[in-house]
Design a protein around this ligand. Structure first.
Ligand SMILES: Nc1ncnc2c1ncn2[C@@H]1O[C@H](COP(=O)(O)OP(=O)(O)OP(=O)(O)O)[C@@H](O)[C@H]1O
Ligand SMILES: [Mg+2]
Length: 626
């Protein structure tokens, strides 16, 4: 039975919980963090140890040594004061004492300076390496988890928040180093204090507790806000990006639409700043009241030490030593406190970064190795239904298709019919909701995905030109190898009707495809599409899938390209998706998709005879051309 139902008090059944729960919750929120805290610390330490093991260890030792500097300096000052007092009575000792003091001071200064420089050098080195290294690792990781995981809103939110965390890793590392060193020196100082004023130790801890709770409370509050506002932050940042990108600016400035974007940005930042400033106001001024007992304690301890001097128990040098010792340890305790609280917050943020590295693909890879096929594969959809993750409606229902090896299939259907989705399932970006896909009688799920990928080439409707590449590179990534034959690239470009215009570019195949780089030229939309088509001729895969490859290409070039697709890929399996019926009529078989179901299938002649959806749409388009 849940303890909530125990009848403690008939009228206030939850009585004990209403009092204790908030306190327990607060404690558990503060302290369950320790497990994460250790996990994150180990992770961060490993990250830096991998950069340079010897420097990593040096850094730890140096930061501990440096923490002893203030203690040593206080002691040195006390020594100098006492020696100076002595020298008045014994002037004959002046030369030796002054030499000793000079040597001690110089050595102290030189060593601390050396240590500080070593510390500075290594932290700078680690600091500048952090971001580039992390970005590469994150890039590799994200690519490996697959489309299904990558496009979910939770992953996108995680990535957005993790971006801000990457800048904090070095800071976290330094905080941990300093904290460890501070704790060590703090206990060293306490040991000294326990010899002359033990009572102050528990009092010091007592006065620090309220600050600790106050700080954790407010940091948690700010952190929660950050998590809850991630999506609106993303919306604001996307608007900001649109306000500075020439491609979007050209449209929104024309229509005045930028005002909507600006208002989205200012609404988000307005809310954010209001919340942040208010929270910090309460926090900082509340903190002032809470630190009052600590200030009183410091003053009282100082007075007591002076009183001991008046009574003759301690020397003048000891007064300065003890007072600075107590002030140091009280401020050290406060700084341990603040660092812990900061670390607590940073742990939560870095944990999200670490979570990126813990992401796993939505489904496991198969184990069957598919060799490089000589001829096109056969593809069979067997009662396949599919709906996208986090949605409720089927996009594809009961799809049965049997594509023979080497067959040229065309898929037509209205917008949103599910054509591109079908292609994504062949690429195994997602798992089918029901039924399965077979490739040459192997279950697609059983295949090692990379062995399947080496056999397919897909030109997606929302293709990427990669405007930071040159035409040569943009085509070459279709079948990337370190060594390549430039002639093969120009042959592919000729097939795609791209060669002529590439030759007119200032640097030909070596021109960057964007006006935003020096010497670069931006291709027209149709020219860009031709380059991407060249990439797919160059890929020359046993299964070639073209999703609306020629939507922006003029009619003459389009006809030539389609004729070449049919010729070039003989013996290979081809799937063509197009809204232009004139281009699909030569396919061996045409599949008509309607609202995620197969409405009709057959050759052009068969479908025309059926006088169904295809024949109707074909005639409609043909009439438009008359
Ligand atoms: N990643 C996604 N998550 C959720 N729903 C999606 C996703 N991608 C597509 N859809 C939905 O799936 C349906 C089919 O989309 P699909 O892109 O397959 O259509 P299509 O037949 O290729 O259309 P078009 O002719 O416009 O290219 C659409 O209703 C779309 O909203
Ligand atoms: Mg589509």
């Amino acid at each position: 039975m849940s303890p909530l139902y125990l009848p403690y008090f008939p009228y206030f059944p939850h009585f004990p919980y209403t009092i204790f729960m908030p306190l327990r919750q607060h404690l558990s929120q503060t302290f369950t963090g320790f497990k994460d805290f250790f996990a994150i610390t180990v992770w961060v330490f490993r990250f830096y140890a991998r950069i340079h093991r010897v420097q990593f260890i040096t850094l730890i030792l140096v930061s501990i040594a440096l923490e002893f500097a203030p203690l040593l300096s206080s002691w040195l000052l006390a020594y100098i004061i006492d020696q100076a007092t002595l020298l008045k009575a014994q002037p004959q000792l002046i030369p030796t004492t002054l030499t000793t003091i000079a040597i001690m001071t110089l050595t102290y200064r030189l060593i601390t300076m050396l240590l500080r420089n070593i510390y500075g050098y290594i932290t700078q080195k680690f600091g500048t390496s952090t971001d580039p290294l992390l970005r590469q690792q994150i890039g590799d990781k994200l690519r490996s988890v697959g489309v299904q995981v990558l496009e979910g809103p939770d992953t996108v939110n995680l990535i957005t928040r993790a971006e801000s965390a990457s800048g904090r890793i070095m800071h976290y590392f330094e905080q941990i180093l300093n904290l460890t060193a501070t704790i060590i020196t703090f206990f060293g100082t306490l040991l000294v204090i326990s010899h002359f004023m033990p009572i102050i130790i528990p009092l010091m801890f007592l006065t620090a507790i309220p600050t600790f709770f106050l700080d954790t409370h407010f940091l948690k509050k700010l952190w929660r806000y950050d998590i809850d506002s991630t999506e609106s932050r993303r919306l604001a940042y996307t608007s900001l990006y649109a306000l500075s990108n020439p491609r979007t600016v050209q449209e929104i400035s024309l229509t005045g639409g930028h005002k909507l974007f600006t208002s989205k940005v200012s609404r988000f930042f307005g809310d954010y700043l209001r919340f942040n400033h208010h929270t910090r106001k309460v926090w900082y001024f509340g903190g002032l009241i809470i630190s009052l007992p600590r200030i009183l304690l410091e003053t009282a301890a100082g007075l007591w030490i002076i009183y001991r001097h008046i009574l003759g128990f301690i020397t003048l040098g000891q007064i300065t030593f003890y007072i600075s010792l107590i002030n140091q340890s009280i401020s050290t305790l406060t700084s341990i406190n603040t660092r812990f609280t900061n670390l607590n917050e940073m742990t939560a943020r870095i944990k999200e970064l670490k979570q990126i590295f813990d992401l796993t693909p939505a489904f496991p890879d198969g184990t069957t190795n598919l060799s490089v096929l000589k001829t096109g594969p056969g593809i069979k959809f067997s009662s396949v239904s599919f709906r996208y993750p986090n949605t409720t409606k089927n996009v594809l229902t009961d799809i049965d298709i049997d594509i023979k090896p080497g067959e040229k299939i065309a898929i037509v259907g209205h917008n949103g019919a599910g054509k591109t989705t079908l292609v994504k399932l062949i690429c195994r970006y997602y798992q089918t909701t029901a039924g399965e896909i077979l490739i040459n009688d192997n279950r697609l799920n059983d295949l090692k995905i990379d062995s399947w990928y080496q056999n397919i080439g897909v030109l997606f409707q929302d293709y990427n030109l990669f405007e930071h590449l040159t035409p040569s590179e943009s085509i070459r990534i279709g079948r990337y190898r370190h060594n390549f034959d430039p002639k093969e690239i120009s042959t592919a470009a000729k097939m795609a009707e791209a060669h002529d215009f590439i030759s007119t570019l200032p640097d030909g195949y070596q021109t960057i495809l964007s006006e935003r780089y020096k010497g670069g030229v931006r291709p027209s939309t149709g020219q860009a599409q031709k380059i991407v088509i060249a990439r797919f001729f160059y890929r020359n895969a046993p299964l070639a899938i073209f999703d609306e490859p020629t939507a922006s290409i003029d009619a003459l070039a389009e006809k030539k390209i389609f004729d070449r697709i049919y010729q070039f890929f003989t013996g290979k399996t081809v799937i063509l998706i197009s809204h232009r019926f004139s281009t699909v009529r030569n396919a061996d078989r045409i599949i008509v998709l309607d609202q995620g179901r197969i409405a009709e299938q057959g050759s052009h002649a068969q479908l025309m005879k059926q006088k169904g959806l295809y024949a109707h749409s074909f005639q409609l388009q043909a009439a438009g051309y008359k």
